[in-house]
Every structure is written in structure tokens, then in C-alpha cells.
Design a protein around this ligand. Structure first.
Ligand code: C2E
Ligand code: MG
Ligand code: MG
Length: 589
């Protein structure tokens, strides 16, 4: 039985015991009987008073105060309204029952139940027969009972360890939030957060530390979300977050993109917040989390499906190697979004608008001198600058690659002539898809370069290994010879990720091997990355090629590469890809 079930059972037992107490005290209340004569102005005289003295209810009454005054002044201010309303009804001849508090001269507060029954005497006077019962104990028990009931409800809707709402409560909140979104045309996001390797913390530091960590995680999640967001514990090391009220003006895919961006910002923020070390019993513990996101109304419109989709997305994030977030990618909606994205991309490519080239410096690792730049395409889709990984697959599937590549070559050549005229000594490297690996396309590339009046040695062409592998045509050889003779450089991109035949590399007149950034990333600490990179550099030298390392982010990586004979590279350490206008400044240092 879980901790939460335990608490629930205990509270239930206590509540039942209290009900028993209530029944016992019901018989012991002190009762007084009285009769009043009521005058038209509301004042009255108490005729007989039966039962224990008034002191039982009011404490010792000072001599100078009469009993009626004492009673009236004892009525608790908060109950004055109810009491006066009762008196007015009696004045009209209606019988009433009122419960109110009396503040005694001894300072004690007592609850009374007062039943007043008015009637006219034969001589016309308005008389009231009344019963007053001291119900203080009963009220206290009832209040206690209400408190207990509240506590029971809290237990049923909260997680005992972290005091966050539990899944049941989250579902209620989600249901309400969805109804509100329907009315307000708003969107919401459900985030499913799962800690990576929590079991490890439990196993190595013990369960008490595990519990403390979960409480600390809960507190951080709570602190880093808005007060209107709901943070709940689903169970174990899993948390749920409801981000409500994301504005949405319609259901068009553009808005869907906006909603996604908001959710992504939250997901990234949560992961960042959790990445800060936790100090648990004096020990620093590092935690990472996998986050799955589903969106209303994009992924689903009911709470159960939204939760399911967020769960699925979270598992995707785990599969992708943990410490990541993932948006739910439902087949239907995704296909639809891609369809309209493909339509807009076609428009852009056909009209050659909204396509942009950014340039990343290729540098000498020793001096950081810029010797060339790689042209990297971006697509301006509305106000989003889309990276190539997000639209090149669509361009490939929809047959847009050839036209797009033509634009890239033309634009890169145009820019290269500008830089040449400005006196910058650099070459421009262009990525081409595998389909360009055939004689006609390559002749066309060469013709374009010459049409711009550029010397081919100002250009480099990057082609991925897969294109090299698929090439079986000796027809390419004469074109390659020609390219080579004119000084055009040829690079194999992402080298090390495919399976190229070494003898082909030689025949292909390749000049440069670009070492894939997945190897560089793990340098210098990772042993196998070390071996792969060292061998590629060796191989390049043996074949008379220049190695160029991609994705250099740290100076340690730069130094490792230099020490192992790689003299060229690119990466965020030197510069991110930037607009063309920024290049002259970077070249001049
Ligand atoms: P790529 O040709 O291997 O380009 C290098 C990619 O690595 C670029 O991503 C660049 O921004 C990124 N990068 C550079 N330095 C670092 C670093 O230090 N750290 C990290 N993490 N990343 C770094 P980008 O621009 O998103 O391009 C992705 C891929 O899209 C390119 O990989 C290339 O295969 C393709 N691509 C880009 N432009 C074109 C194009 O005009 N035509 C074709 N066919 N493919 C293109
Ligand atoms: Mg490239
Ligand atoms: Mg590459």
C-alpha cells in the first residue's frame, strides 16, 4: 500500500470515530426555556427564564447591566445579521430558528441555537416562547468534521509526498481548462515530465534521499511555472504540467506553430531549471528530465487523449536518448501540417523568394583565419526562419530539390563575386544533394559558376558520402576530371557516417574530407571518438586529402584536432552561420 493510501485510511478511521463523538454529545446540550414580551420598537422584556442561569451562557453579568442588554450586546458581530433577521421575522409574527455566537463577559464564545415562536396574547401583547440550547460542543465537532472532510478531499486529490495535486485532480483541472479554451478559442499544453535515472538516485542514496529529491523537484517545477499553471505528480518520478490560456486566433497551421513555440519554450525552461544541481543531504545530485508535450486542440480535444499523447511523446524523448523534449507527432495532424508546409515551400522555391543563405566560416585551426565559408540554406516561413533539417526532407519528397539547389548555386556565386570584388580572399562551399551526382547536373554547376565570371577555385562543392556510394557510373569520371582541372574543390560531407569505398574517393578527385560533427562533439574525452577522428585524419593524409572538422565548439576540441594533424575546421567556437553581411567583419578579424 502506498504512503498516500495509508494516510487516507487513517483519516477515514479518525473521521468515523468523530461521528461517534458527535452522537454522544447531542444528548448533553444545555437547554433553557424563556418567554419574552416584544414591543413594537423591537425592545423586549424577558418574563420567565427556565433552566440554568444566564451566566451559563454569558459568564458573570455586571450588576449595572440588565439581562436583556447583556444578551443583546453579547451577540457576535459576525452573526449580528442572522440574529437581527431572525428578530425581524419574529416581529412579523413568524416562528424562526437561528444559530449564532454569544461572546460572554468571561470572554468565552458560545454557540447557541435559538428557536423563537411568536404569538399574540388575548390582551393583544406580542409574546415569544423560546428555547435556547448551548450547541458549542456540537458546532466544534461539526467544524472539526468539516475540516476533516476537507482534509479527506485534499488527500484524495493530492500527492502526500510533495503535496502537489495528483493525477485525479490534474484530470479535473484539465477538463475545466479545456471547457474554458473552447469558449475563449485558446489553446493549452500538457507536459509530461519524467526524471531520467531517478532509480539510480534511489538505489545509490536511499529512498529518503529519493523522496527529498522528488520534493525538491516538485518545488522547482512549481516555482518555474505561472500560478495559473497546474503542476501535479502523476506518480513515481513523473510529473504533469498544464499550461493554460495560450492565445489562438484560429485553427490554421500557422497558429498551431505559435502554440507549439510557446509549449517548447516552457519545456526548455523546465529542463533548464531541473538541470541545476540539487543538494540533497549535503550531496550534489544532477538530474535530467525527458519531457513529452501534447497540445489542445492540435493533438487532441479531450483530456484523456491529451494525457495519452503527452505520455507517448515523453517515451519518444526517452528513446531519442533521454534528456530531451518531444512534441507529440500524431500521424494525421502532422501529415496535414506538412502538406500545407510543402505548399508554402513550393511557392517560395518557385518564386525564389524567402530563401536565404547564411554562411559559416571555414577556418585555419592554428590562426583562426577564415579561408572559406559554407553556404547553409534557411527558409523564411512567415516569421519563422526554418533550419534546413526541417524542410529539406519535404523538398526531397516533393521534388523541389533540383530547383532549390539551382537557386543555392546561383545565390552563392552572386555572393562570391561580391566578396571577390571587395578583395576578400575566400572560397564559398555549397551543399548539393546526391541527385546532383551525375554528369549533366555537374556540368550545369560548372556553367553557372562561369556565367558569374568566377574562377572555379573560388568554389567548393559538398556532397554526402551516400551520393558517393551510390555512384556506379564511370560517366562521371570525365566531368570530375574537368572540375578538378578548373580548380573546383570537392568535399565529402559528414564523413565517417556512411560507407565510402576508399578507392572511389581517390578516383573522384575529392580534395577535402569533412569529419562529421558527431565525432568531434565527443572529443577529446571519448575514446572511440578519439580513435575515429585520428583514423580519418590519417586516412585523409594518406590519400592526399585535407581533413576539415565540423562542429568544433570548444578550444579543447580545436587543440586535439590540431595536435592530430587536422588544420581546418568550422564550428560555433569560431562562428555560427551568419548572414552574408557579417562575413567581411569576421574575415578581417
Ligand atoms: P552540414 O552541411 O553538415 O552543415 C553543417 C551543419 O552543422 C549546419 O547546420 C551548421 O549550422 C551546423 N554546425 C556548424 N557548426 C556547429 C557547431 O559547432 N555545433 C553544432 N551543434 N552545429 C554546428 P544547418 O545549417 O542546420 O544545416 C544542416 C544540414 O542541412 C547541413 O549539414 C546540410 O547537410 C544541409 N544543408 C544546408 N544547406 C543546404 C543546401 O543549401 N543544400 C543542401 N542540399 N543541403 C543543405
Ligand atoms: Mg555541409
Ligand atoms: Mg556536415
Amino acid at each position: 500500500m502506498s504512503r498516500q493510501d495509508n494516510g487516507y485510511q487513517e483519516a477515514l478511521a479518525e473521521a468515523l470515530a468523530t461521528t461517534d463523538v458527535l452522537q454522544r454529545v447531542a444528548g448533553t446540550v444545555a437547554i433553557h426555556l424563556y418567554q419574552l414580551e416584544l414591543r413594537a420598537d423591537g425592545s423586549y422584556d424577558c418574563l420567565p427564564w427556565v433552566g440554568a442561569g444566564l451566566e451559563r451562557l454569558l459568564g458573570p453579568i455586571p450588576d449595572e447591566v440588565n439581562e436583556e442588554e447583556a444578551w443583546e450586546s453579547a451577540v457576535h458581530p459576525d452573526d449580528r445579521g442572522a440574529y437581527d433577521a431572525g428578530c425581524d421575522a419574529v416581529q412579523r409574527g413568524e416562528p424562526v430558528e437561528v444559530e449564532y455566537r454569544l461572546v460572554g463577559y468571561d470572554g468565552r464564545v458560545r454557540w447557541v441555537w435559538d428557536r423563537m415562536h411568536p404569538y399574540h396574547a388575548t390582551d393583544g401583547r406580542l409574546l415569544v416562547d423560546g428555547i435556547v440550547a448551548d450547541i458549542t460542543e456540537r458546532r466544534e465537532v461539526a467544524d472539526e468534521l468539516a475540516r476533516m472532510q476537507e482534509q479527506l478531499a485534499h488527500l484524495a486529490y493530492h500527492d502526500a509526498l510533495t503535496d502537489l495535486p495528483n493525477r485525479l485532480s490534474f484530470q479535473d483541472h484539465l477538463g475545466v481548462a479545456i471547457s474554458r479554451c473552447e469558449l475563449e478559442e485558446a489553446a493549452l499544453a500538457v507536459l509530461f515530465v519524467d526524471l531520467d535515472n531517478f532509480k539510480l538516485v534511489n538505489d545509490s542514496f536511499g529512498h529518503a534521499a529519493g523522496d527529498e529529491l522528488l520534493r525538491a523537484v516538485a518545488a522547482r517545477l512549481r516555482r518555474s511555472t505561472r500560478s495559473i499553471d497546474v503542476v501535479a505528480r502523476q506518480g513515481g518520478d513523473e510529473f504533469l504540467i498544464l499550461v493554460g490560456d495560450i492565445p489562438r486566433s484560429s485553427r490554421r497551421p500557422r497558429d498551431a506553430q505559435d502554440v507549439r513555440s510557446v509549449a517548447e519554450v516552457v519545456a526548455q525552461k523546465l529542463r533548464r531549471v531541473l538541470a541545476e544541481p540539487f543538494t540533497i543531504s549535503g550531496v550534489e545530485i544532477f538530474v535530467s528530465a525527458s519531457v513529452g508535450v501534447s497540445l489542445y486542440p492540435i493533438d487532441a480535444t479531450d483530456s484523456e487523449t491529451l494525457l495519452k499523447h503527452a505520455d507517448v511523446a515523453m517515451y519518444r524523448a526517452k528513446e531519442s536518448g533521454r534528456d530531451a523534449y518531444e512534441l507529440y507527432a500524431g500521424e494525421g495532424e502532422d501529415a496535414l501540417a506538412q502538406l500545407s508546409m510543402a505548399g508554402r515551400l513550393r511557392g517560395s522555391v518557385e518564386r525564389a523568394e524567402n530563401l536565404v543563405l547564411h554562411y559559416q566560416p571555414l577556418v585555419e585551426l592554428e590562426s583562426a583565419k577564415v579561408v572559406g565559408v559554407e553556404a547553409l540554406i534557411r527558409w523564411q516561413d512567415g516569421d519563422r526562419l526554418v533550419p534546413p533539417g526541417d524542410f529539406i526532407p519535404i523538398a526531397e519528397r516533393t521534388g523541389l530539390m533540383a530547383r532549390m539547389s539551382d537557386w543555392v548555386i546561383g545565390e552563392a556565386c552572386r555572393q562570391a563575386t561580391i566578396w571577390r570584388d571587395e578583395g576578400l580572399d575566400l572560397y564559398v562551399s555549397v551543399n548539393l544533394p546526391p541527385t546532383f551526382w551525375q554528369p549533366t547536373a555537374m556540368r550545369h554547376v560548372l556553367a553557372t559558376i562561369e556565367a558569374f565570371g568566377l574562377n572555379p577555385d573560388r568554389m567548393m562543392i559538398e556532397i554526402t558520402e551516400s551520393a558517393v556510394v551510390s555512384d556506379q557510373r564511370p560517366a562521371m569520371d570525365s566531368v570530375l576530371d574537368e572540375l578538378h582541372a578548373r580548380g573546383l574543390q570537392l568535399a565529402i560531407d559528414d564523413f565517417g557516417t556512411g560507407h565510402s569505398s576508399l578507392s572511389r574517393l581517390n578516383q573522384m578527385r575529392v580534395t577535402t574530407l569533412k569529419i562529421d560533427r558527431s565525432f568531434v562533439r565527443d572529443l577529446p574525452a571519448d575514446r572511440s571518438a578519439d580513435v575515429v577522428v585520428t583514423s580519418i585524419v590519417q586516412l585523409a593524409h594518406n590519400l592526399g586529402l585535407r581533413p576539415l572538422a565540423e562542429g568544433i565548439e570548444t578550444d579543447a576540441q580545436r587543440r586535439f584536432l590540431l595536435e592530430h594533424g587536422c588544420r581546418l575546421g568550422q564550428g560555433f567556437l569560431f562562428s555560427r552561420p551568419v548572414p552574408a553581411d557579417d562575413i567581411p567583419r569576421l574575415c578581417r578579424g
